[in-house]
Design a protein around this ligand. Sequence first.
Ligand code: FAD
Ligand code: SF4
Length: 458
Amino acid sequence: MRVKVPQQDSKERIKNFFEVALGFSKEQAEQEASRCLQCKDAPCVKGCPVEIDIPAFIKLIKVGKRKEALAKIKEKNNLPAVCGRVCPQEDQCELACVLNKKKIPINIGALERYASDSPERFCPPEAFPPPERFCVAVVGSGPAGLTCAADLAKMGFAVSLFESLHAAGGVLVYGIPEFRLPKKIVESEIDYIKSLGVEIKTDVLIGRTYTIEDLFKQGFKAVFLGLGAGLPQFLGIPGENLGGVYSANEFLTRVNLMKAYAFPKYATPIALGKKVAVVGGGNVAMDCARVAKRLGSEVTLVYRRTEKEMPARVEEVANAQDEGIAFQVLTQPIKVLGDEKGLVKGLECIKMELGAPDASGRRRPVPLKDSNFTIVIDTLIVAIGQNPNPLLGKVTSGLKVNDDGTVAVDKNFMTSLAGVFAGGDIITGADTVIRAMGAGKKAALAIARYLGENASPP
Ligand code: FAD
Ligand code: SF4
């Protein structure tokens, strides 16, 4: 039997922002680890975008060597406590696990978290070389930038990481809520990366404070762009500019980064009504709905397909339902209704049915004629996706940007500008933490190779 991760009770947790999943005890972790078959050429490793030696770390947990298990994970993954909490393991390592054939894959994510939460979690490599090689500038401190910076530092490069916000971490700090990923955990992962010698400069917007050209003039020999996808998409329907309509980004940033949930201790209040609709079916939509619930609202999630097609992690969909979020599926908003003061008072929708599969392989939602109806709400949160951040592409001549806003790269993650590399959501569009990390890792290697061939020592 797969060992279940204990959770805060759903009735209690909707009143607080503490972590929902509580993590394995020693006994639970060792019991779960003992189910692992220690497969040769383990398929789970191939399912992991950063290729953690999964059987090896699980074996160490099984014999009570938690700290050593963490060190094994850190050989490949610079943010294990983050990944153990937010990776969609069911689509990656756990999907590939041989025991998944019997629908009882090893709970690899929970074991990774157990190892990462070890009391000795802050463990920089013992023989870390002081930076004596070229300087590299990394732009953006999300999972892609942090991973690229950490791997370059481990290879002996001097790395400066520039972040436009006042705190490092990207979506890990401004997007994913405290109850899924405590900010103390992110901070300690970042402290580890700093301990490798990475210098982090916040409140620096590359493209405004400095251009990419300025960075080369300052002596950097290569630049990595991990700019993410933080530009909100809107529905494009009438009434979206009414008071009480938020983009998911604004809503989550106010609550998570500016800590509106702890108002008045933190001076950023958020105006939220009694009845909130969240539009979307991904992780971002689940996060918005669950945050609004914790702030005391009655929440309806509006999604145009069915629950089966929702792109959110299965665990997060289940958590949202347990917490009392109402799911209004097969429903497409067509108009936001306002009152005489210009504030939201309702959402006009149309019912949908599923037709033939579209390019994403999911069945296309088709409107049902004359099925209009209204949901009474006073706040609307639009969580239907984000586009790549556009600023740098606009102000940097010669930087090729694709029609969908992603920055174009070759197979070595190099952009159209020599010595400028990119990875993460800025090259794929909104994706996942681990895939952004995978890109940051591969780009770090490509940068090292490029500098070996193309730059002379400082
Ligand atoms: P980001 O994390 O977006 O970081 C980019 C950073 O670059 C930002 O800090 C930004 O401020 C900075 N930046 C941008 N432009 C500049 C500039 N010009 N100068 C300086 N700095 C700049 N994925 C999962 O795997 N599991 C989940 O459960 C999950 N939940 C999510 C929940 C939410 C609410 C959101 C929004 C996303 C979620 N994702 C999840 C997706 C995941 O977080 C992203 O795919 C991942 O963070 C992308 O990493 P990144 O490094 O490419 O970009
Ligand atoms: Fe263990 Fe599953 Fe990986 Fe096999 S595939 S080594 S059982 S986690």
